[in-house]
Design a protein around this ligand. Structure first.
Ligand code: GDP
Length: 433
C-alpha cells in the first residue's frame, strides 16, 4: 500500500489531521511530550483507495530540542513514505525549524504536500497563502479540527501516489521478489546484507518494471533477482538514544508494507528477547511470508544450542511453520540456504488450493473429527473456498458457530495436508442458518 507520512512541529495539529484523514477519533493521541505511542501506522482509505498513514510524531523530544525532533521525523518520512504531508500552523507561519526541514524534504525528491493548518476562518487564509514562499508548491488551507479542506487535501495526496508498484497486479511476472531483513539492532542485518550483496550486485537500471528507489537494493541470488527493501536504514546505523523501540517498529512496519517476505534475524548466541517475538508478531500481523534466521551460529556452543531449542519451543510457538536457517553472516555459514527457504515461503504465500480439492479434504477430516456437540447442537461444515492468496485466506461456511479450538484444529489439518510452510494462513467462518 502507498505510505503517507505526516511531519511537523508539535502542536501544529498533526494528530488532529491524522484523525481527520482516518475519519475517526480514537486512533491517535494529541502531541504530548513524553508519550510514546505503540501504534505507528494506520490503515486509511479515500475514494476507495486504501493507503497507510504513518505518524512520525511518537517519540519524545530530547534535549536537542524541537528542531532536531522535526528533522528526525522528516528523515524517517523521506526514507519510508511515498508521499510526505508537511504541516505548518498557518496562525504562526513558517519557523526556522520548518525552513531547515523544507531543504531536507526538497532534496529527497519525494512528493511533498504542504498543509497550512488551523485555517478555521477567512482571515487566516492570507496567512496560508503566504506559505507559497516555502517553495513547496501550493499550500493546502485546512482546518483539521473542523474538517475544512480535508477532501481537497486527500485528493492531492492520492494524486501523488506512485503507480502501484507494490500491488499484486503491478508485479512483473518473473521480476524481483521483495524481501525485508528484520531484527533488533546488532543482530547482524547489515552483515548479512553485505554478505549477500557480495555474491552479485545488480545494476538497478537493468531491472525491468521496477521503481528505482535508492533505499532498495537488488541482489542476484540463486539465479534470480531479489529486491531487499528499505536497506538504507540497515546500512546507515541510526544513532539514537530515545524512542529507539518506536523508531525500530516504525521501520519494520514500513519495510513490511513494501515486502512480500521477511527474514527475521535472531541472535542465536543470546536469549530470545521480547523484541524478537514482537518483530515476528509484526510479520504475522502484516500477512507476509516469514523465514527465521538464527544468526551468529559461530558463537554458539553445544550448551547454548540446547537452551536455544528450549527457548524456541517456549517463545515462538505461534510460528512452527516458519522455515528456519542457522547461519553466520560473518563466516558465511549456511547463508546460501536462505534462498531455498525464501522460495518455499513465497511459494506457500502464493499458493491456491482448488475448491474441489479443498472440500474433498475437509469432508474427510470433518467426518473423522466432527465438531463437538454443545448444548444439543452440532454445527456442520457446509463448504469452504480459498478467498485469496498472498497470504492464503479461506472462508468456511458452517451451519453454526465454530469453537476457537476447532478452528485451530482445521488450521493445523490444512497445514498438515497442504503445507503452507513459511506463510501465515487465515480461516474465517461464516454462519449460514
Ligand atoms: P545490524 O544492526 O542488525 O545491522 O547488525 P550488524 O550487521 O551491524 O552486526 C552487529 C555486530 O555483530 C557487528 O559487530 C558484526 O560484526 C557482528 N556480527 C554480525 N553477524 C555475525 C555473525 O554471524 N557472527 C559473529 N560472530 N558476529 C556477527
Amino acid at each position: 500500500l502507498p505510505v503517507v507520512a505526516i511531519v511537523g512541529r508539535p502542536n501544529v495539529g498533526k494528530s488532529t489531521l491524522v484523525n481527520r484523514v482516518l475519519g475517526r477519533r480514537e486512533a491517535v493521541v494529541q502531541d504530548e511530550p513524553g508519550v510514546t505511542r505503540d501504534r505507528v501506522s494506520y490503515p486509511a482509505e479515500w475514494n476507495g483507495v486504501p493507503f497507510m498513514v504513518i505518524d512520525t510524531g511518537g517519540w519524545e523530544i530530547d534535549a536537542r530540542g524541537i528542531a532536531r525532533h522535526v528533522a528526525q521525523q522528516a528523515e524517517v518520512a523521506v526514507e519510508m513514505a511515498d508521499v510526505i504531508v508537511f504541516v505548518v500552523d498557518a496562525t504562526v507561519g513558517a519557523t526556522d525549524a520548518d525552513e531547515d526541514v523544507v531543504k531536507l524534504l526538497r532534496r529527497s525528491g519525494k512528493p511533498v504536500v504542504l498543509v497550512a493548518n488551523k485555517v478555521d476562518d477567512v482571515h487566516v487564509e492570507g496567512e496560508a497563502a503566504a506559505l507559497w514562499s516555502m517553495g513547496l508548491g501550493q499550500p493546502f488551507a485546512v482546518s483539521a479540527l473542523h474538517g475544512k479542506g480535508s477532501g481537497d487535501l486527500l485528493d492531492e495526496i492520492l494524486a501523488n501516489f506512485p503507480e502501484d508498484p507494490h500491488s499484486e497486479a503491478g508485479r512483473v511476472v518473473g521480476g524481483p521478489r521483495r524481501v525485508a531483513l528484520l531484527g533488533r539492532p546488532n543482530v547482524g542485518k547489515s552483515s548479512l546484507l553485505n554478505r549477500l550483496a557480495g555474491s552479485e550486485r545488480v545494476v538497478v537500471d537493468n531491472v525491468a518494471g521496477t521503481t528505482r528507489d535508492p533505499v532498495d537494493e537488488y541482489i542476484e541470488l540463486g539465479g534470480r533477482t531479489w529486491m531487499f527493501v528499505d536497506t538504507a536504514g540497515i546500512r546507515r546505523r541510526v544513532h539514537q538514544t530515545r524512542g529507539v523501540d518506536f523508531y525500530a517498529s516504525l521501520r519494520t512496519q514500513s519495510a513490511l508494507e513494501k515486502a512480500e517476505v521477511a527474514v527475521v534475524l535472531i541472535d542465536a548466541g543470546e536469549e530470545i528477547a521480547e523484541q524478537d517475538i514482537r518483530v515476528v508478531q509484526q510479520v504475522i500481523d502484516s500477512g507476509r511470508a516469514l523465514v527465521i534466521a538464527y544468526n551468529k551460529w559461530d558463537l554458539t556452543d553445544e550448551e547454548r544450542r540446547h537452551f536455544l531449542e528450549r527457548e524456541i519451543e517456549r517463545e515462538l510457538v505461534q510460528v512452527p511453520w516458519a522455515p528456519r536457517v542457522n547461519i553466520s553472516a560473518s563466516t558465511g555459514r549456511h547463508v546460501e540456504k536462505l534462498v531455498p527457504a525464501l522460495e518455499t515461503a513465497l511459494e506457500s504465500w502464493d499458493a491456491r488450493i482448488p475448491t474441489g480439492k479443498l472440500n474433498a479434504f475437509l469432508g474427510e477430516i470433518v467426518a473423522a473429527n466432527p465438531h463437538p456437540v454443545r448444548s444439543g447442537k452440532q454445527p456442520r461444515i457446509l463448504f469452504a473456498t480459498q478467498a485469496s492468496t498472498r497470504p492464503p485466506k479461506f472462508v468456511v461456511f458452517a451451519s453454526g458457530f465454530l469453537e476457537h479450538s476447532y478452528r485451530r484444529f482445521l488450521e493445523r489439518q490444512l497445514r498438515e495436508r497442504f503445507g503452507f510452510e513459511g506463510s501465515p494462513i487465515e480461516i474465517s467462518v461464516r454462519v449460514r442458518e
